[in-house]
Design a protein around this ligand. Structure first.
Ligand SMILES: Cc1cc2nc3c(=O)[nH]c(=O)nc-3n(C[C@H](O)[C@H](O)[C@H](O)COP(=O)(O)OP(=O)(O)OC[C@H]3O[C@@H](n4cnc5c(N)ncnc54)[C@H](O)[C@@H]3O)c2cc1C
Length: 401
């Protein structure tokens, strides 16, 4: 039997690990090179929308994920000032029927564990940590990837290189897209906390994802690990960029930085914010959509290709969609350049649409005054069916271009 072709993936985040599984299933041997010395997802919870769980199913991962995920019964939207319910989507019941796959929430560490265990059990996948990809050269015969591990500089050949190395992607930088291709500060910061259930106020102890809309600020919370924890994310407008910080999920925030912003909010939200034992702060950036994700045998994936603001909770979902598309393209075309061209065509328009929609959603969530009033009136006047129909384009994704 001929040797399998070899792909290198720079970055072992959710996107890189999902892509490793997809490429292995397409018959490739895969090396994941991850900069961090240990793979530890510290970012608490993540929502897995039906477009993501559908692809996880295609990759044979959904059953494993659902063993450790939680399925909230509803997604509820409440007004910050008085707690009024603006909308309720019974996602726990309708997601599979309407969009063909469940809506779930999961601790990032649990999702990463599932992906890592799947990679570890696969003889065609290796995951190297402490391996920083520094460069590549795309020759006629293949790609040579340069990386550094334990102060040793190494080069290895492969037939395809996937840059899944996040917002500040080295691979994207090496593609030479120019000075205008830089991360864009959104003027917003995400604050994240985990609250043990027994310390949370009674009004939020529900099997629900709740989104609170306030002026220039919103709050999302949902249960994790069978409801033992409540994952809380507050997004505020801010002028603190934290650009110098490299390891973003680990920047601590003081409760005193967060709690005053919720002083005029309904008691349920206010008490939940006050119950948070500690916070992590995460400055929010995205980048302008680009025209090309591929260059010969090299392609970008996940946040490296299309970092987005988290207002639709879609960054990881889009990385997972990328992985699914990559697998399909490599099954169809054994030659890397043809496969990567197909992958790019399948993904680039859709991902750009989600980047743009996520920005727009941020402006809608953070409205104040009359605009907020109009938004709230629209939400309360539309039927549940009409509100859910607005999500069809996003959630009803079956790998189509
Ligand atoms: C507040 C917030 C909430 C969010 N909530 C959701 C949500 O609910 N649902 C959702 O779908 N998405 C959500 N997202 C988005 C999601 O977290 C990201 O889009 C997703 O994690 C991106 O995965 P990735 O693998 O592409 O990149 P990353 O997770 O950034 O992984 C990149 C990896 O590459 C490694 N790396 C970097 N450079 C190199 C190099 N030179 N060599 C080797 N390795 C390298 C890094 O160490 C890292 O492990 C949220 C984001 C934020 C900020």
């Amino acid at each position: 039997m001929a040797d399998k072709q070899h792909a290198i993936i720079a970055g072992g985040g959710i996107g890189g690990l999902a892509a490793a599984v997809a490429l292995s299933r397409a018959g490739w041997r895969v090396s994941v090179l991850e900069r961090a010395r240990a793979l530890e997802e510290t970012g608490a919870g993540i929502q897995l929308a039906p477009n993501a769980t559908g692809v996880l199913n295609e990759l044979g991962l959904l059953d494993l994920v659902m063993e450790v995920a939680t399925t909230p019964e509803n997604l509820r939207i409440r007004r910050a000032s008085d707690g009024l319910e603006l909308a309720r989507f019974p996602l726990g019941v309708i997601a599979e029927a309407r969009w063909g796959a469940p809506y779930a929430v999961i601790h990032r560490a649990d999702l990463q564990k599932v992906l890592l265990e799947r990679c570890a059990a696969d003889p065609d996948i290796t995951v190297e940590t402490g391996a920083v990809v520094t460069g590549f050269a795309d020759h006629a015969q293949g790609v040579e990837v340069a990386f550094q591990q334990d102060d040793v500089k190494r080069r290895i050949p492969c037939e395809a290189l996937i840059g899944a190395d996040g917002l500040r992607s080295t691979i994207r930088g090496l593609m030479g897209l120019g000075k205008t291709d830089a991360p864009i500060w959104s003027g917003r910061t995400a604050w994240r906390a985990l609250v043990p259930l027994d310390q949370a106020p009674e009004g939020v102890r529900k099997l629900e994802t709740t989104l609170w809309l306030g002026a220039k600020c919103h709050l999302v919370h949902y249960p994790l690990r069978e409801g033992a924890l409540i994952n809380v994310v507050a997004i505020t407008e801010d002028d603190w960029r934290g650009e110098e910080a490299k390891d973003l999920w680990t920047i601590s925030g003081e409760p005193a930085d967060v709690t005053p912003r919720f002083s005029g909010w309904h008691g349920d939200a206010r008490k939940l914010v006050r119950a948070a034992p500690s916070w992590k702060r995460w400055p929010l950036f995205d980048r302008q959509p680009i025209r090309r994700w591929t260059q010969g045998r090299v392609a970008l994936l996940g946040d490296a290709a299309h970092p987005m603001l988290p207002f639709y909770a879609q960054g990881a979902a889009q990385a997972i969609e990328d992985a699914g598309a990559l697998g399909r393209a490599f099954k169809q075309f054994p030659e890397a350049r043809s496969a990567l061209g197909t992958y790019e065509r399948a993904r680039i328009t859709r991902a750009a649409a989600v980047v743009t929609a996520s920005r727009r959603q941020g402006s809608i969530y953070h409205m104040s005054g009359l605009l907020a009033l109009a938004r709230d009136l629209t939400m309360t006047s539309l039927s549940q069916h009409m509100l859910m129909a607005r999500l069809d384009w996003l959630y009803n994704y079956k790998g189509q271009t």
